[in-house]
Ligand binder design. Sequence first.
Ligand SMILES: [Zn+2]
Length: 268
Amino acid sequence: MTEQEIFNRFKDEFDLNSVTTNQKKVDEFFKLQGYEGSKSLMGMQVTYPDGTNDIYLNIKNMKKYFEGLKKRGSVAKKERKEELVQALAEGRINETSYYHSLTNIDNASMFKEFDDYLRFVTLHELQHIKYRQQIAEGERLPNYEKRIDDLAIAYMKNERKAGIDLVVEKKMRDAEIESEDVVHTFRSALNSGILNTILAATPADRPIINDGVVFVPHHIAKRFGYAEDKMFKGYSRIENGFLALPFQFYSYTLANVNKMVAQWLMVN
Ligand SMILES: [Zn+2]
């Protein structure tokens, strides 16, 4: 995660004013706070009287610590915890470091990439913003730090679960849309008669000549001995089966045009 990504992701929820990961700026700030050259401090946060917050993340320290964590990853948890107790007893680490390390060992599976660890430290600082006051209730600092760690881990687990839920939900929605598409395709196929209609021309689909009937102007037809039609004055009705011959093969096309193309025009 970049500085900008961290800021965008958490700015509203935690009233962030700024996120700083630039090593030079972070080192300067740590020096100002009296932590010059600290190798164990991963991050700090500042809350302003108006409730907005700045967080400083020490990427250099985190990377070094994360490398060590990966290297020790193959050593059994039990053994590593015993080493921690020993280090605490000998005064090589303080109680706060002890709890931090314990959290990191117990949740090693959460920290696959460096980005995971960066997210954890970020969330630790953010939880400080959210639960700042409660240290005044007489809680010891190491216990408070332990609780902040637990809250950060819980947030990460929730975040992951929410992420997985979102993916599952999206997949289900996609599947629903896909099956809807299939239904629509099937329905429109049925409606357009592709699957269930045997196409045959009915009398209404065909021009009248298709039946072998033509009306020819009487002044021409009379030369061939045709009488004037009783219903259509000025025309002679010529009926001959052979007249329909060229149209036999068009019958399907005419039915097709009327039943399908015409329907397509109406639907659209
Ligand atoms: Zn802390």
